[in-house]
Design a protein around this ligand. Structure first.
Ligand SMILES: [Zn+2]
Length: 422
């Protein structure tokens, strides 16, 4: 049997699936700050954007530069591509070394999206393109360019076992590094995803990514069960998460909940499956920032980071918690980086923004203990901060201001979005 101890890693997809959320989005500067926070939190990988989308180009390039400079390291930055050669080519040209190649695998989606133009198996009709053929063509392109590539089976949860296994086997034969099992509609339940992923792992012996949605309120439970299926099938598992569970419709598996579930749930905690470097104490900061960036408040009863996560009021509970917190608390608020009082200025407040001037701006930066070499540098950073405010359209937070002052060259690139000329 497999001697190496298989592990669970986290691939956060906030900057890809999270930003696909209807009516919501993130500015490129906000996506960058999220990548920095994910890195500091010890998250394995950030699926940080779309290489084939032109308005992402400067953001992607600047973040890859930050990786090269060691600022965004050791986190892996990976791009999401359709199973199209051109997407892979674009990702390569931008300098990406990691991508995921995605295509629908269920009969429903193949017929429902491609009609009669595409078949699933190449042997069905060699004159028409096939799902497996398209995946292989894009994957071969990535491997020719020595990129690491995962292959995503979109709607895997509604795909029959026979096709899913053949799809994954072909992906492995053509050098895929992982296969992503997508519960795109959130229709799986924990026992089902466990069984199916374990079976897939045993058949293929390729690391499996678990991508779950919350349409039935089970995204986190299914992520955990699917990952356990991969481990029991003898391979590593990579859970896809988003911060605060943001994502299409009812969202994805929430990052903080997944970490807590792996580290604190009765059966799983003893197994010590999650990569050790994941730092839960960053949870509060990343959840708060992402809530601010999306403009979506954290629900009062949100796991770990909600206002009420450590609040007790009823007589028996309050009394019990005061006598011994373990009576009613499964984990401590300090573990999530909570507990620091938040300072809110109630008197005079100097802010800086798109119409701000040099004096107010210096005041804001002095409070952050940033010193400028000379007047010219101060003016350059001021101008960038103004543009950053034009770009985010909300007051800049300390870490955004610090980022601009520390990495002006990358900030300039991130803030530059130029539509193509007609
Ligand atoms: Zn998704």
């Amino acid at each position: 049997m497999n001697r190496k101890k298989n592990k669970i890693y986290i691939i956060d997809v906030t900057n890809r699936d999270g930003v696909q959320t209807s009516r919501l989005g993130l500015a490129k500067l906000e996506k960058t700050i999220i990548n920095l926070y994910l890195n500091e939190m010890g998250i394995h990988q950030s699926e940080f954007g779309f290489p084939f989308t032109d308005h992402e180009t400067n953001y992607l390039k600047a973040n890859l530069e930050l990786a090269e400079r060691g600022v965004l390291r050791p986190i892996i930055l990976s791009g999401w591509c359709r199973a199209v050669k051109d997407d892979v080519e674009k990702a390569y040209q931008l300098g990406l070394k990691h991508i995921n190649i995605s295509i629908s695998t269920s009969e429903q989606m193949t017929k429902g999206k491609f009609g009669n133009r595409v078949v699933r198996y190449p042997r069905e009709d060699p004159s028409r393109p096939s799902i497996i053929g398209m995946m292989v063509e894009a994957l071969d392109e990535a491997k020719k360019r020595e990129m690491k590539a995962g292959v995503n089976a979109e709607d895997a949860s509604r795909t029959d076992d026979e096709f899913l296994i053949e799809f994954a086997r072909m992906a492995k034969q053509h050098g895929a590094d992982t296969i992503r099992y997508c519960d795109t509609l959130g229709c799986d339940d924990p026992p089902t995803i466990y069984r199916r992923v374990k079976n897939l792992a045993q058949e293929i012996q390729l690391p499996i990514e678990i991508h779950t949605h919350n349409d039935l309120g089970m995204a986190v439970a299914c992520a955990l069960a699917g990952a356990k299926g991969a481990i029991d099938g003898g391979v590593d598992a990579y859970i896809n998460t988003t911060i605060n569970g943001m994502g299409e419709r009812t969202g994805n598996a929430d990052l903080v909940s997944v970490i807590l579930a792996l580290r604190k749930s009765s059966g799983t905690k003893k197994l010590n499956l999650l990569e050790a470097r994941v730092d839960l104490s960053q949870a509060w900061r990343i959840a708060k920032y992402t809530s601010y960036a999306f403009g979506v408040p954290i629900p009062i009863n949100q796991v770990g980071v909600g206002d009420n996560a450590f609040a007790h009021e009823s007589g028996i509970h309050a009394d019990g918690a005061l006598k011994d917190r373990r009576n009613y608390e499964l984990y401590d608020f300090q573990e999530l980086g909570r507990g620091e009082p938040e300072m809110v200025e109630t008197g005079r407040k100097i802010t800086t923004g798109e119409y701000g001037g040099i004096k107010g701006f210096r005041n804001v930066y002095e409070k952050l203990e940033i010193k400028f070499k000379n007047e010219r540098e101060a003016c350059t950073i001021l101008e960038l901060a103004r543009y950053a405010n034009v770009h985010t359209q909300k007051p800049l937070v300390s870490d955004e201001l610090l980022f601009i002052a520390r990495y002006p060259e990358q900030a300039r690139k991130i803030l530059t979005v130029a539509p193509p000329s007609s």
